[in-house]
Design a protein around this ligand. Structure first.
Ligand code: ADP
Ligand code: MG
Length: 345
């Protein structure tokens, strides 16, 4: 985006096919299931005797992202990651994506190429092939729709509906950081827009802003579980906040859950930022969004094995439905978990 505007190429100069050619000419497929990618009416994938996982995600400018503070390369990276995360959450491996974009008139060729650099970096990092898409102009903002395909690592994919009483509830990484990063970016947005000529103050917030703008999907966790022969009984990715995801598992598994507030992992940087915003860091963890960590359950017998793995916290256990879905404080009081959610609608 730093290239001067006048040096940039109007899309009308190269046309739709010219644009697609520019965006896709350096793609090389690395997965054997990707038989044929860009260039025909459909991509051809070959999965023999395998469950294929499919998920799709829509990102709209002004609803899901703000280009004032979101670099296009980061946006491309994140757009891919959020899709990969849905496949990992099924205990799968993402293998292919298709990318459909509606391009607003303010974007030039170089901007879209920058967006694709982020997409391609994510694909390379996670071993995914970009095998197609669709391209159009948008009369409103930038529109991004990505579909991801993947395969299960275990014999069966891991669903949300199969948690069992007494299972341990586990979460990867730490929670709330992405939401707090967004609060900092929103606070500084007016300065980004240059209203009073000062520049935004983002020093010291690198970690939480990074979690918002350039999240990672937990491929490493899914692989660590696989390498240790652990198949979760249920799993979901945390895109809408811990509370909402816990309730998804409880509801679809027809059970309750008890989690312990002092076990919920929160980074030091998040706790500090929450303090500045006069917010309980647990509120950010429970009701913030976009952490893209994994929430999963395992049998109680796997307690010691899970304890040995890096970056996984055991935060509670599954109970009978009648016992409710509660967060229990160190003094023993339980409060009902409610989904405030991170609902854009
Ligand atoms: P169709 O007329 O069948 O929709 P297109 O001309 O839109 O075909 O696309 C031609 C090829 O380019 C197809 O293989 C399609 O998947 C691919 N393609 C189109 N847009 C994109 C994009 N934004 N990113 C990646 N591949 C794309
Ligand atoms: Mg098309």
């Amino acid at each position: 985006m730093n290239q001067a505007k006048k040096d940039k190429t109007r899309l009308s100069e190269i046309g739709e096919f010219g644009l697609i050619e520019r965006l896709t000419r350096d793609l090389e497929n690395i997965n054997s299931s990707s038989r044929y990618g860009v260039g025909d009416d459909a991509a051809v994938l070959r999965y023999r005797d395998k469950d294929v996982l499919v998920s799709t995600d829509l990102l709209l400018e002004g609803v899901h992202f703000n280009l004032v503070y979101t670099p296009l390369k980061h946006l491309g990276y994140k757009a891919a990651i959020v899709n990969f995360s849905d496949i990992y959450a099924m205990n799968g491996r993402p293998k292919q994506i298709t990318v459909s974009i509606g391009i607003s008139s303010k974007l030039k060729l170089e901007d879209i190429e920058t967006f694709y650099q982020g997409l391609k970096l994510a694909c390379k990092t996670y071993g995914v092939d970009l095998v197609g898409g669709d391209t159009s102009t948008s009369l409103t903002g930038l529109t991004i729709s990505i579909t991801v395909l993947g395969e299960a690592l275990s014999d069966e994919p891991v669903y949300r509906n199969s948690a069992l009483e007494n299972d341990l509830i586990c979460v990867s990484g730490n929670l709330g950081a992405a939401y707090l990063g967004l609060q900092v970016l929103e606070r500084e947005r007016k300065l980004f827009e240059g209203e009073d000529g000062t520049s935004p103050r983002l020093d010291g917030y690198e970690y939480i802003i990074g979690r918002q703008l350039k999240p990672e999907a937990r491929k490493d966790i899914v692989e660590a579980l696989h390498n240790n022969n652990i198949v979760p009984t249920s799993m979901i990715d945390i895109s809408d906040g811990l509370a909402s995801e816990l309730l998804h598992i409880s509801k679809s598994s027809d059970c309750g859950c008890h989690i312990y507030s002092d076990k919920i992992p929160v980074a030091k940087e998040s706790a500090e930022a929450a303090d500045e915003f006069n917010m309980d860091p647990l509120t950010a963890a429970l009701n913030g969004g976009e952490d893209y960590e994994l929430l999963f359950t395992v049998g109680l017998n796997l307690h010691d094995k899970i304890k040995q793995l890096n970056d996984i916290s055991i935060i509670g256990h599954i109970v009978k439905k009648e016992k409710g879905s509660l967060m229990i404080s160190p003094d023993g009081t339980g409060i009902e978990i409610k989904a405030q959610g991170w609902n854009h609608l």
